[in-house]
Design a protein around this ligand. Structure first.
Ligand SMILES: Cc1cc2nc3c(=O)[nH]c(=O)nc-3n(C[C@H](O)[C@H](O)[C@H](O)COP(=O)(O)O)c2cc1C
Length: 190
């Protein structure tokens, strides 16, 4: 089983990075092959709405997103990790999600499986935010669930931690890290 982690924070070693690392460790402890992509290290152009994907079923922009498409296609489990920024996912994450319009076109226009085969894939969302607002995660959850639904990834749950702000603050919450490890184990088992 291949588990793909997608890190959406601009901050290396930040809170979602630490949580994602625990999820991946948990998955690896169950024998999964794990790989983490750091979106901030990639060059991904925003979707240009050129509609080339409606005919081709692939994006014509030749940048690092081509590698991300391949990784998504090869994955059995996908873990998206992003801090809340202005009430949504990070810009890095949203950029990647918007480029999945090509997979939307593959599915809804060309009637092909969005990730090329029909194996069951599952996805998890990991997020933190500084505030403690009741609806802090609602917009990001809607966006992430929409992506997973569009690309035929079954939503397997989320790990959401409010009130976490400075870099590495999540390390002072060992229970959160333990939950992340256990979620990784569960994701790679079921
Ligand atoms: C540009 C920017 C926007 C942010 N917007 C929000 C926000 O809307 N709500 C919130 O609770 N925290 C917000 N934060 C705080 C981050 O979510 C918080 O610091 C988080 O712990 C960062 O996680 P990371 O270390 O994984 O990047 C924002 C931070 C940045 C840099």
């Amino acid at each position: 089983m291949r588990v793909l982690g997608i890190a959406g924070s601009p901050r290396r070693g930040g809170n979602t990075d630490l949580l994602l690392a625990e999820v991946m460790k948990g998955a690896a402890s169950r024998g999964a092959e794990v790989k983490t992509i750091v979106l901030n290290d990639l060059k991904i152009t925003p979707c240009q709405h050129c509609d080339a994907c409606l005919e081709a079923g692939r994006c014509r922009l030749d940048d690092d997103m081509q590698m991300v498409y391949t990784e998504l296609e090869q994955a059995d489990r996908v873990v998206l990790a992003s801090p809340i920024q202005f009430m949504g996912p990070s810009a890095q994450m949203k950029l990647m999600i918007d480029r999945c319009q090509a997979l939307w076109a593959r599915k809804y226009v060309l009637k092909r499986p969005p990730l090329n085969d029909r194996r069951e894939r599952k996805g998890l969302f990991v997020s933190v935010g500084a505030l403690r607002k009741a609806d802090l995660f609602t917009p990001a959850l809607t966006i992430v669930k929409t992506l997973f639904r569009v690309i035929d990834i079954t939503y397997a749950g989320e790990l959401l931690f409010p009130g976490i702000d400075e870099r590495g603050a999540i390390a002072r919450h060992p229970e959160a890290l333990r939950q992340a490890f256990l979620a990784g184990q569960k994701l790679a088992s079921g």
